[in-house]
Design a protein around this ligand. Structure first.
Ligand SMILES: Cc1cc2nc3c(=O)[nH]c(=O)nc-3n(C[C@H](O)[C@H](O)[C@H](O)COP(=O)(O)OP(=O)(O)OC[C@H]3O[C@@H](n4cnc5c(N)ncnc54)[C@H](O)[C@@H]3O)c2cc1C
Length: 480
C-alpha cells in the first residue's frame, strides 16, 4: 500500500462505507488504471502498467461521500471521482495514486416531477438506466451522448458533455437545475432549487467543467421533456463544407430549432458514412432533424429544406436520415469504432460561425501537412450547433501506431499539440464536450491567459489542500 494510505486511513474509510465497499486487490487496481483515454490503453496493450489507485471506495450515500472526503482531506490523500470510466481525457485516472471514489452505488432516482418537468437522481446512476425509467412514463432526459449506456449522470455534468440532440435541447450543463456536491473538507452543499434567478452568483456552474477537481457531485436535478409526437429526419448532400456550414448557420440564426444538424466532411462521408450506413457519396453528407408537434416540426423542416435548396444541396430524402438515426451510435462501437493498434484522437473544438470554417481548414492543413507523410489522416464533422456557432468533431488517425510505446506516446502527444495550438490560434476552444482531464491539462493556461490565476485561486479556496483530482484540468498542485 502506498505510504499516503496508512492502515489508519483504510480503517477510517472502512468504518464509513463498510469492509465490502473498500477494495485494493491487484485486479481492482488494474481496472481503475485505465479509462477510455487512448494513452493508458496503448501502454496496457503493450504490457506496461500505468498508475494504480491505493484504494477504491464505493460510498452508498452522499453523506458517506462527504465523510470519505473529510478523511482524505485530513490525511492529504488524492481523491479521484469515478463514474463510468467512459471519459476519453484521462480525467478519472489515479495518476498520483490515492483514492478512487466510485459513485456507482449512488444510483437511485429520487423524484420524477411531471408538473415542473424535472428528475432528481443520485449522480452515479447509469445514463441508460435513467433514460429507460423516464421512457417508461413517456418522458426523456434529452441528453443523448453516444456513451449513455456506459456513463453516469455525474459524468455527464463533470466535463460539460453534449449529446446528439444538444442543438435543440442544450448540453448537459443547460439541462441541470441544481446540484448537491460533497466538498473536500467533508461538507455537503446544495445549490438553489432553480438555476435562473438574480439572487447572487451562479456557483452551481463552478462544478460543471471542473471534472472532479472541486468536489464530488452526489445528486443532480435535471430538466426533462415529453417524448416527441414526431421526429423528422432527412439527409442532404452538399458539394462542400462551406455550403453545408452556411446552410446550418442560416437554420440556427433563423431559429428553426433543429433537433440535430450533423455534417460530415467529404472525407468522413467517403469513409465513415460509407462504412457504417453503406452509402457511397461524394460531398458533405448532412443530417437534419426536427421534433415535437407534427405540424410545427413539418413547418420548420420545410423552411430548412428551402435553405438547403437555395445553397444547391441535393435532398436525399428521409430514408438516409432515419437510417443514420437508427445507427447513430454504431459509429462509436465495434466493429466501426477506432481501436488499437491504430493511433487516434478526437481533437474536437467549438467556435463562432465566422471562425469555424477557417479552423476546420487550418487543422486539416496542419495535421495532413505535418503528419501526412507518416500516413496520418484527418476527418471531421460538425455535430453540435448554437445560434452563434458550431462544434467541429474532428479526428486524427493512423492505422498502425509506432510499435515502441514511447514512440507511440511521443507521436500522439505531438499531434495533439499541433491540433490544439491550431484551434487556439484561430479562435477555437481546446474542447467542446469531452472535457480537459489529464490529456488537455497542459493547455489550460494558454486557453485562459490572464484569467488563469483567478481560476487557480477559486480552486485554492474550495480545495485548500489540493486533494481533488490533482494533475487534471490544469490544476497541478499536489496534496499538502
Ligand atoms: C464510445 C464513447 C462515446 C462517447 N460519446 C460521447 C458523447 O456523445 N458526448 C459526450 O459528451 N461525451 C462522450 N463520450 C465521453 C464520455 O463518455 C463522457 O464524458 C461521459 O459523460 C463521462 O461519464 P462517466 O460517468 O463515464 O465519467 P468518468 O469517465 O468516470 O469521469 C469523467 C470525469 O468526470 C469526473 N467525474 C465523474 N463523476 C463525477 C462526479 N460524480 N462528481 C465529480 N466529478 C466526476 C471524473 O473524475 C473524470 O474527471 C464518449 C465516450 C466513449 C467511450
Amino acid at each position: 500500500m502506498p505510504a499516503d494510505l496508512s492502515a489508519g486511513v483504510r480503517d477510517a474509510l472502512t468504518a464509513i462505507v463498510g469492509a465490502d465497499h473498500v477494495r485494493s486487490e491487484p485486479i481492482d487496481q488494474l481496472i481503475y488504471s485505465v479509462d477510455s483515454y487512448w494513452l493508458p490503453q496503448m501502454w496496457l496493450d503493450r504490457g506496461r502498467r500505468t498508475p494504480t489507485p491505493g484504494l477504491i471506495v464505493y460510498p452508498g450515500s452522499a453523506d458517506e461521500v462527504a465523510r470519505v472526503l473529510a478523511v482524505a482531506d485530513e490525511a492529504r490523500v488524492p481523491v479521484v471521482p469515478w463514474g463510468g470510466g467512459s471519459g476519453t481525457q484521462g480525467g478519472a485516472l489515479p495518476i498520483h495514486g490515492g483514492l478512487i471514489v466510485d459513485t456507482k452505488r449512488l444510483d437511485r432516482i429520487l423524484e420524477i416531477n411531471e408538473r415542473s418537468m424535472y428528475v432528481r437522481a443520485q449522480a452515479g446512476i447509469n445514463g441508460g438506466q435513467l433514460e429507460w425509467a423516464l421512457n417508461d412514463r413517456g418522458l426523456t432526459l434529452p441528453h443523448y451522448p453516444a456513451s449513455a449506456t456506459c456513463a453516469t449522470l455525474g459524468g455527464y455534468l463533470a466535463p460539460r458533455g453534449s449529446g446528439t440532440i444538444s442543438t435543440k435541447y442544450g448540453k448537459a450543463e443547460d439541462l441541470v437545475m441544481n446540484l448537491e456536491v460533497a466538498l473536500p473538507g467533508g461538507r455537503l452543499v446544495r445549490t438553489p432549487l432553480v438555476p435562473n434567478h438574480a439572487s447572487g452568483p451562479d456557483f452551481m456552474r463552478l462544478f460543471l467543467g471542473t471534472e472532479g477537481t472541486f468536489g464530488v457531485i452526489t445528486e443532480a436535478t435535471m430538466r426533462i421533456t415529453r417524448l416527441p409526437e414526431t421526429r423528422l429526419l432527412r439527409a442532404m448532400l452538399f458539394k462542400d463544407v462551406a455550403t453545408g456550414l452556411e446552410a446550418g448557420r442560416q437554420m440556427m440564426v433563423q431559429r428553426l430549432d433543429p433537433l440535430v444538424i450533423r455534417m460530415y466532411d467529404p472525407r468522413s462521408t467517403g469513409l465513415l458514412v460509407k462504412r457504417v450506413l453503406g452509402y457511397e457519396l461524394q460531398g458533405a453528407y448532412m443530417i437534419i432533424g426536427f421534433d415535437g408537434w407534427a405540424d410545427i416540426a413539418a413547418a420548420q423542416e420545410q423552411r430548412a429544406l428551402a435553405i438547403c435548396a437555395s445553397l444547391g444541396a441535393r435532398d436525399l430524402g428521409r430514408e438516409p436520415g432515419e437510417r443514420w438515426w437508427d445507427h447513430r451510435y454504431d459509429f462509436y462501437y465495434p466493429p466501426h469504432t477506432l481501436h488499437l493498434p491504430a493511433l487516434y484522437g478526437t481533437i474536437e473544438t467549438v467556435s463562432t460561425f465566422d471562425r469555424i470554417e477557417e479552423i476546420y481548414h487550418a487543422k486539416k492543413a496542419a495535421i495532413e501537412g505535418t503528419y501526412g507523410h507518416l500516413g496520418v489522416e484527418y476527418i471531421g464533422h460538425f455535430s453540435h450547433w448554437f445560434p452563434w456557432g458550431a462544434s467541429l468533431y474532428d479526428r486524427f488517425l493512423l492505422k498502425d501506431a509506432p510499435p515502441a510505446p514511447e514512440d507511440a506516446e511521443a507521436l500522439h502527444n505531438q499531434i495533439w499539440d499541433t491540433a490544439v495550438t491550431t484551434s487556439l490560434a484561430h479562435g477555437g476552444m481546446i474542447n467542446e464536450h469531452h472535457g480537459v482531464g489529464l490529456k488537455l491539462s497542459r493547455f489550460m493556461r494558454a486557453q485562459y491567459g490572464d484569467a488563469w490565476p483567478l481560476l487557480e485561486s477559486i480552486k485554492d479556496a474550495i480545495d485548500p489542500h489540493h486533494i481533488m483530482n490533482p494533475g487534471k484540468v490544469g490544476f497541478e498542485r499536489m496534496p499538502s
